[in-house]
Design a protein around this ligand. Structure first.
Ligand SMILES: *Cc1c(COP(=O)(O)O)cnc(C)c1O
Length: 386
């Protein structure tokens, strides 16, 4: 039996030969990897509210931590950035605990409309004893039904409106939503997990941090970072609550190597984020169009997508697993939820979406394109870092 390290190496070489089109994933730069595997991987640092660190030897890390928070504040134009959450879900939990209390009502988008499963009744709402209602949604337009939402919010006055989806390709009308929320005194949490890299590059929903009370999200989907989460806000009154709900409530060690790697990724984003995010958006539209022309059923013709993913038609829903398995045989990696992501190929600076659509279509027709995929992937190099 192979040892773990052998398997790790096998996975590395396998993933270097395959084309990754998973919307939740991206590739990190060699600099980010270096920070991840540094000495910091086994360290602690806890800066307490009085400013003292309960661990020693953390001098360099304290500097890293401060610089990381500051780069992230610059990227998202916010007054407070918390880089400690070890995942998007942890960031969500701490943010919700800071915005509502037991018995309060939250509004979120149902999972049948691409909403994050964590917001469905049996997960976070049950865990935090919250009531939950669904935001009215028009799946065919990939849009909130704003008029119905306004009526429902006026009647029920939810304490918190949670926006953001795991499968979404269109930004919201946040001007309208903030008017609705203001009237009922509801707060807004924007979960940008999937689109944090696009927002950092000024695309998709650049008004998320200014319109929402709190913007949270993952650092590794469309963003350049290692796996982790962020909590961002301009409301400084929330800071003590966020502090309270992180350390010893939802997490302990913040994983200093992860924070350092995130800091490196944030610097890459500051240098290249605009160009990268524009390429992701263009690639998604072009991939949708090219797939449609090859009769792969994709949604939302003629605009297809304004984010980092293209959604397969729900007519294929029973076959999402079959589709994914078929692609995998040809070295094309997609998830089993009908999403095709463009973050990672954009990170490689690639823009020939006709070529990718052609490979997908050939694989779908049962022609194994493993060799052609490996040839394409071997010509790609990570970009947007130094
Ligand atoms: C992926 C996702 C999360 C969870 O993020 P992790 O970083 O995997 O913990 C939360 N919310 C949404 C909308 C997501 O898509």
């Amino acid at each position: 039996m192979a040892g773990i390290l052998d398997l790790v190496r096998k996975n590395d070489s396998y993933r270097m030969k395959t084309l990754n089109l998973q919307a939740s994933e991206n590739r990190v730069s060699p600099d980010v990897k270096e920070a991840l595997s540094s000495d910091l991987a086994s360290r602690y640092s806890h800066i307490m509210p009085d400013g003292n660190n309960s661990y020693g030897g953390a001098g360099y890390f304290e500097e890293i931590y401060e610089k990381t928070q500051s780069s992230i504040q610059d990227l998202y134009h916010v007054r407070y950035a918390d880089a400690r959450p070890v995942g998007g879900h942890i960031a969500v939990l701490a943010a919700i605990m800071s915005l509502v209390k037991k018995g309060d009502t939250i509004y979120s988008i149902g999972s049948e409309a691409g909403g994050y499963p964590g917001y469905q009744k049996e997960y976070i709402p049950d865990m935090l004893s919250l009531k939950t209602e669904k935001i009215p949604y028009l799946p065919e337009q990939q849009e909130i039904d704003y008029d119905s939402m306004a009526l429902a919010v006026r009647k029920k006055k939810p304490d918190l409106i949670v926006l953001g989806q795991s499968a979404f390709v269109k930004p919201y009308d946040l001007t309208r939503i903030s008017e609705i929320a203001e009237e009922s005194g509801s707060k807004i949490l924007y979960d940008g997990s999937h689109v944090m890299g696009l927002i950092a590059g000024g695309r998709f929903q650049p008004d998320a941090s200014s319109r929402a009370d709190v913007l949270v999200g993952s650092t590794h989907k469309s963003f350049f970072g290692p796996q982790g989460g962020l909590i961002l806000t301009n409301n400084l009154d929330l800071i003590p609550k966020i502090e309270k709900n992180l350390t010893w409530m939802t997490m302990d060690n913040m994983h200093p190597n992860r924070v350092a790697a995130l800091g490196v990724a944030a610097e890459e984003m500051l240098r290249h984020g605009k160009e990268y995010a524009a390429l992701v958006e263009k690639n998604s539209h072009n991939l949708g169009k090219a797939l449609d022309e090859l009769k792969i059923p994709v949604r939302f013709k003629p605009w297809y997508s304004k984010s980092h993913q293209v959604l397969l038609s729900s007519s294929m829903e029973q076959d999402f697993v079959k589709f994914s398995n078929g692609m995998e045989e040809s070295g094309i990696i997609v998830d089993r939820d009908g999403r095709i992501g463009t973050s990672e190929i954009s990170r490689m600076g690639f823009s020939d979406m006709d070529r990718i659509a052609d490979l997908i279509s050939e694989a779908q027709a049962g022609n194994n394109v493993l060799k052609r995929v490996a040839d394409l992937v071997s010509s790609l190099r990570i970009e947007f870092w130094r």
